[in-house]
Design a protein around this ligand. Structure first.
Ligand code: FES
Length: 163
C-alpha cells in the first residue's frame, strides 16, 4: 500500500504563501520547480527564511540539504531580511573589469554597507550577482529591479541616499 501523502502546510497563514503555492502547483510540485519556487517565495517575502526553505523543499520533494545548497549558491537569493530598497551590483567579468569593484568600494565607504548587508537605517540592502545579462552596459547595477548601466559609485550613492 502506498504511503499516505500529506501535503505540507505553509509555515504561517500569511496570504502570500498562496502565490508561492500556486507557482509550485503550476510547475507540477516537482523538484525541477525548486529555483522558480524559491524566486516566488523571495519575491513575496523579500528573503528566504528557514520556514520558507523547508516548506518549498517538502512541497517539491527536494531534500533540505539541496534546498539550502541552491539558496546559498545563487547570489540572487538572500536568507536575511532586506532593507526597503535593494541594490544588486553585478560582479560578472565584464562588470568587474569595468568598475564593479569601485562601486562596491564606494558603497562601503559612503553608506557603510558591504554585499549581503543592509544599511544601518534599514533602507538599502546590497547584493551581488554573477552576471545580470547586461554586459554591454557594464558596469551594471539593479536598483529595485531596474537595471542601470554604465554605473558609477558617486551617482549610485547619491541615488540611494535620496531614496
Ligand atoms: S557581467 Fe555584469 S552584466 Fe554581465
Amino acid at each position: 500500500m502506498p504511503a499516505l501523502y500529506v501535503k505540507p502546510t505553509p509555515p504561517t497563514d500569511d496570504k502570500r504563501w498562496k502565490i508561492v503555492e500556486t507557482r509550485m502547483r503550476r510547475m507540477g510540485d516537482r523538484p525541477e520547480a525548486l529555483i522558480e519556487a524559491l524566486h516566488a517565495a523571495q519575491e513575496a517575502f523579500g528573503f528566504l527564511d528557514e520556514g520558507a526553505l523547508l516548506y518549498v523543499g517538502d512541497t517539491l520533494g527536494v531534500p533540505h540539504s539541496r534546498v539550502y545548497g541552491v539558496a546559498t549558491f545563487y547570489s540572487f537569493f538572500t536568507l536575511r531580511p532586506q532593507g526597503e530598497h535593494t541594490c544588486v551590483v553585478c560582479t560578472g567579468t565584464a562588470c568587474y573589469i569595468n568598475g564593479a569593484k569601485a562601486i562596491l568600494a564606494g558603497l562601503e565607504r559612503d553608506l557603510g554597507v558591504r554585499p549581503k548587508q543592509t544599511t544601518a537605517d534599514g533602507k538599502v540592502s546590497v547584493l551581488t550577482a554573477r552576471c545580470v545579462g547586461a554586459c554591454s552596459l557594464a558596469p551594471a547595477v539593479i536598483v529595485d529591479g531596474e537595471v542601470q548601466g554604465k554605473a558609477n559609485a558617486g551617482d549610485l550613492v547619491a541615488r540611494l541616499e535620496a531614496m
